[in-house]
Design a protein around this ligand. Structure first.
Ligand SMILES: C[S@@+](CC[C@H](N)C(=O)[O-])C[C@H]1O[C@@H](n2cnc3c(N)ncnc32)[C@H](O)[C@@H]1O
Length: 208
């Protein structure tokens, strides 16, 4: 059976590539690996998301489904430049993604990135920011479970930004988030570009 980018332990040839691109306002070179999401280039949806993001706020930031790490690396680079104290939790199920993200963080001298599985994130941690190009292809049930697990872990006043292709259900996901998250959260479409929507979720300041 062929492997997906969300396979936990890929067995395919781990071919590595060097990729030069701009992240967090820096020209960088990273290493990507086959068996992870979009190893040949920065995904178009991810590039739409990165262009829409505010500077990282101090605190804990979750990159939900980190792949080889572009969102986590972008956040950590921007935070370092701004001298903002941010811990970036780069979460994935795919062991190769986690290894690639950790290696890229080391290569770029970013010690604020922790490449982790869900079990390695402390239960009581709340995030000031969540950023994600979520894994739509896992199917609606798993996707809803994933977002329903992590988005409620935004701290009061926190903000989540998600990029989703219009053709892969961005508008129905927007409706689902609005219906599911409850009154403490607001969901807004803050961007629309190149067939992608950026959905921004704010959690109110009160902890209810
Ligand atoms: C669309 S890719 C985005 C990867 C990377 N953030 C990027 O922008 O290039 C979604 C990622 O979510 C990961 N993923 C799938 N299921 C997951 C789960 N249950 N928990 C965490 N990550 C998951 C996949 O392995 C994949 O790396």
């Amino acid at each position: 059976m062929s492997e997906h980018y969300f396979t936990e332990t890929p067995s395919s040839d781990a071919k590595q590539r060097e990729l030069s691109l701009e992240l967090g306002g820096h020209d960088v070179t990273v290493t990507t690996v086959a068996g992870t999401f979009s190893p040949t280039r920065l995904d178009l949806g991810t590039s739409v998301l990165l262009r829409h993001l505010p500077p990282p706020a101090p605190g804990d930031l979750l990159d939900l489904g980190c792949g080889w790490g572009p969102i986590a690396l972008d956040a950590a680079l921007a935070a370092k430049d701004a001298e903002v104290d941010v811990t970036v939790w780069a979460l994935d199920v795919n062991s190769r993604s986690l290894e690639a993200t950790a290696a890229n963080a080391k290569r770029l001298g970013l010690d604020s990135i922790r490449a982790v599985t869900a079990e390695q994130i402390p239960d009581d941690l709340r995030f000031t920011a969540i950023r994600s190009n979520p894994p739509i292809r896992v199917g609606k049930e798993i996707l809803h479970d994933l977002l329903g697990t992590w988005v409620p872990r935004l701290a009061p006043g926190g903000r989540a930004d998600l990029v989703v292709s219009k053709n892969l259900g961005a508008d129905s996901l927007h409706r689902w988030l609005t219906q599911t998250l409850g009154g403490a959260f607001s969901v807004t479409r803050t961007g629309s570009s190149k067939g992608y929507r950026v959905l921004t979720i704010h959690r109110g300041e009160s902890s209810d």
